[in-house]
Design a protein around this ligand. Sequence first.
Ligand SMILES: C[S@@+](CC[C@H](N)C(=O)[O-])C[C@H]1O[C@@H](n2cnc3c(N)ncnc32)[C@H](O)[C@@H]1O
Length: 213
Amino acid sequence: MLERLLPRLSIDPADHQAGALDPLTLFDSNIRAVWLEIGFGAGEHLSAMARANPDIGFIGCEPFINGVARLLRDVDQHGLDNVRIVMDDARLLLDCLAAASIGRAFLLFPDPWPKRRHNKRRFVGPENIAAMTHVLVEGGQWRIATDHMDYCRWILAQMCPAPQFQWLARRPGDWRIGPAGWPGTRYEEKGVRAGRPSVFLNFERLPRKQPTD
Ligand SMILES: C[S@@+](CC[C@H](N)C(=O)[O-])C[C@H]1O[C@@H](n2cnc3c(N)ncnc32)[C@H](O)[C@@H]1O
């Protein structure tokens, strides 16, 4: 399946110039917006979202080959034609994407890098926040979930001062419960079994004040 489907569905960032890729061109004409999942693991969230939203194109980034194979099995089983895959570091894709070209992005249970000296490797940091600021449409959302409370605090400390994003939580329950239609992920289940509740942080890309903002 890997040999049959991957060449058709995979995107190689090396084929695209920096900042020039309009992701809508990767899909059929019925697709009205493109959503991105960074580090999809075994792909259960991406597959469920793609089934529930046939008019949305999904790009999933995951360098882990077993995870890609599992997602491809779902794509094949459900006949999904709105999924594309980058089997590599998501940052390579972010570099290629045109400004304001992604409607929603998901970063679900990212590696927490718990040791203090490794904290800098966490995906949520100044460079990737700048990249997400660039690629998200105004009003687009970046949804982040974690079961690691230190990473949760880190994410809020990085994202809340970012002037182009607004944290959408209004009440405590807003970050304790997954968004409507949340299909869950393997890592979320693992955390629940280990007694670690998940946190769901939803950030909105605010309007651009200037074209370069
Ligand atoms: C802890 S797992 C979570 C997987 C999945 N999101 C879930 O909730 O079940 C983190 C995943 O992110 C992937 N990953 C880490 N850094 C990445 C990056 N820069 N780009 C794309 N994927 C990445 C890893 O390969 C791994 O599969």
